[in-house]
Write a protein that binds this ligand. Sequence first.
Ligand code: PMP
Length: 386
Amino acid sequence: MIPGPIEVSPTVLEAFETPPPSHLAADFIENFGSSIEMMRQVWCAGPDSQPFVIAGSGTIAMEMAVCNLLEPGQRALVVNTGYFSDRMAEMLRRRGVQLTEVGARPGQVPSVDGLKQALEARPVDAIFATHVDTSTGVRIDAETICELARQYDVLSVFDGVCATAAEAFQMSEWGADVYLTASQKAVGVPPGLALMVASPRAMEARAALSEPPPMSLDWREWLPIMNAYEERRGSYFSTPATNLVNALEASLAEILAYEYRGERGISARINAHQVAADAMRAAWTTLGLELFPATDDLAANTLSAIMYPEGVDASMLADIKKRGVIVAGGLYPGRKQDYFRVGHMGHVITLPEELLKTVRAVAEALADHGHDADVEAAVEAAAKHL
Ligand code: PMP
């Protein structure tokens, strides 16, 4: 129950655990092509958008977006909500991009007025934001940021590493230009794939660069490969992570076939994440715990960032582990000792018993550490939602 890498479904594991397939095998070509098509559905992106599946991590996906969209001397605004926004800002700086950062107090998000003022004061070429910052559990309002980007006619880039496939995101309808993630989070695959979808405008920004980005990160090198596989032809630029692409195909197919409370597909999957998050939050409230996000509407579907109550510290995590559940410590710079994080994304949201086991383990560990925790009430509060 850490916020990634997450537990993958048995179907995904089965697709992954094979002798390494050739990148030219017929089954592999089919799986790659259909993964690219399914990404558009999971990302809610139109037929003119371009998915990329690259061997790598979330950080590599971030770097790819930065160096294909902007070149030294251009300007960007970073909506800074924590550790991973800091990373995005540093990457932009290293690319020679001139930065404006608009931050907020820990657990909060910058106001729309603050962002507007920054855009008025200093025009930029692109806005970068972290959809869910995994260090704080805070979710930004991506739709509003897309609106702002359209209003100021600038590119919008979202780090969806802790969000994609679990939080609502209408890439084409909202007009986002890049939505990127990594395989090991809510997409539900082992670590090792950098995944992103680029809008036509983003592809134009790459075409307008005066110097190409580093070769291995260049969308122009990868585009013919993505096109070939989508047309069900094998191709080669750099060896794909074949086992992982097979696992990706299995996971995206599972996500799109998912049925929940009368709905099917990505919207059903996102609703199920919302319900799982509500269930976990009901348990934390019953236990008298406070969350890191300042208000409920800022709290992500994908994880809970929970403040240690008075008298309890990080030594509690070992007692949760003893009960068969692994959760994560804090990550926000300077605040790591104040809170812990419980991931609830991907396959696990289809397993209410695992969610309830987690609530019980946290509640019992808290009680062991002297917190006045009503274990049964917490489990019941979560169960009511599920
Ligand atoms: N952005 C966010 C929001 C993340 O949570 C992470 C990883 N936890 C990253 C970027 C970096 O991804 P990776 O560790 O796969 O490089």
